[in-house]
Design a protein around this ligand. Structure first.
Ligand SMILES: *Cc1c(COP(=O)(O)O)cnc(C)c1O
Length: 381
């Protein structure tokens, strides 16, 4: 049968690469254990929400250091429901970064809002010193993205938000287990949004996400919004959506929660090992690492001179070097109507022109990192 649905390249088996970003086979080597738990679910017929989702939410809120956590359909769902939970109105503005994944902006726009971009800092995250000037009477929220699991400057961002009575919605889709001054990402803003997409640090067998909050009212609204606004079988308090975390995926997520510390620590260890070697290479710029921020390296990215040639060279030598991402949001075809132009956000644009990422997941060995760094040195010789 012909396949109609798009199969992203990232899931394909690649015999050509010896060092891969993709590690899903190894990640789920113990899949029979998960299948056993799913068999129990089939026996109980507990297909939507139910006990596995409850267990997961309890564990996740403790892990993130938030009062509440709700399992939702995806990271995008977490962001979109957050916009609805803060009562974003048609034309309300949300201040955010042009250097992010599409879903950050998509959730603002599909909820009826208007994205207002400001530039980044050299650490790839939103520059708090530029936020205040972008605030207008229509501003409703600030949406910082903890890019690659590196925490934004939350003290500065929260101070501005409090002064101007704005919501903060944290895009923590890369940031599970990351902390800022010891406090979990997703526990600062009105809500924190996490993704469990197959390529994220805590990954399930399809789509899944989590939204965290410390605000009881917001929690109640989010609980309604994700499940048709139902307060019981026959009564609906507000018309809502169907955006629940699948019970089946909650089983996979609970299984991986046991390993999240190991996954995180390995990524950090690998990143530090990369840092040490890459700092020695003049043509590579490793971002400065702030000891008050615990980064979890969903992506290991640095900036490189002659980036495109370096990427081609590494690919040729069977190393899966990627670019996350080459085009900033304000220059996307979808953003045309907001009238931004090239040159508006020089830092973000220069990041997109020079950023490159290397596999950093828990199955990468020190030997493989040595190989990658060796090839980079070779390229610049
Ligand atoms: C992955 C991602 C999302 C969306 O998550 P999904 O679970 O794929 O919907 C949102 N923001 C960022 C920064 C992401 O990387």
């Amino acid at each position: 049968m012909e396949t109609y649905n798009y199969l992203p390249d990232q899931y394909k088996e690649t015999n050509t690469h010896q060092i891969n970003h993709n590690y899903l086979k190894e990640q789920f080597d113990d899949y029979p254990e998960i299948l056993n738990k799913i068999a129990k679910l089939v026996h109980n017929c507990d297909y939507t929400l139910g006990q596995e989702v409850d267990i997961f939410e309890e564990r996740f809120k403790d892990c993130a250091g938030s009062r509440y956590a709700l399992g939702v359909g995806s990271g995008t769902g977490a962001l979109f429901l957050s916009m609805k939970a803060i009562d974003l109105k048609e034309g309300d503005e949300v201040i955010t970064t042009p250097y992010t994944f599409f879903a950050t902006i998509g959730s603002i726009v599909t909820a009826g809002g208007r994205p207002v971009f400001i530039d980044c800092k050299e650490d790839y995250n939103i520059d708090p010193s530029k936020i205040e000037r972008a605030i207008t009477p229509k501003t409703k929220a600030i949406l910082p993205v903890h890019w690659s699991g590196h925490p934004c400057d939350m003290d500065e961002i929260m101070a501005i938000a409090n002064k101007h009575k704005l919501h903060v919605i944290e895009d923590a889709c890369h940031g599970i287990k990351a902390t800022y001054k010891g406090k979990g990402l997703g526990s600062f803003g009105t809500t924190g949004c996490f993704s469990m997409h197959p390529l994220k640090n805590l990954n399930v067998w399809g789509d899944g996400g989590v939204v965290t909050t410390n605000d009881e009212k917001i929690y109640k609204k989010l609980s309604l919004l994700r499940n048709h606004g139902l307060i019981n079988r026959n009564e609906c308090e507000i018309f809502g959506y169907n955006c629940r975390l699948d019970t089946l995926q909650a089983i996979v997520a609970n299984h991986l929660m046991d390993k999240i510390d190991h996954i995180t620590n390995k990524r950090i260890e690998n990143a530090h090992y990369f840092d040490k070697q890459l700092r020695e290479i003049e043509e590579i710029t490793v971002p400065s690492r702030d000891p008050l921020k615990k980064s979890v390296y969903h992506i290991y990215c640095v900036r490189a001179q002659k980036r495109d040639q370096l990427q081609q060279y590494l690919l040729k030598h069977t190393i899966d070097a990627k670019v996350h991402y080459p085009i900033p949001m304000h220059l996307q075809p979808a953003a045309k109507k907001y009238n931004y132009k090239k040159g508006d956000f020089p830092v973000a644009e220069s990041i997109c022109d020079s950023v490159i990422s290397f596999p950093v997941h828990e199955f990468i060995t020190k030997n493989q990192i040595d190989t990658i760094c060796g090839k980079i040195r070779e390229f610049y010789k």
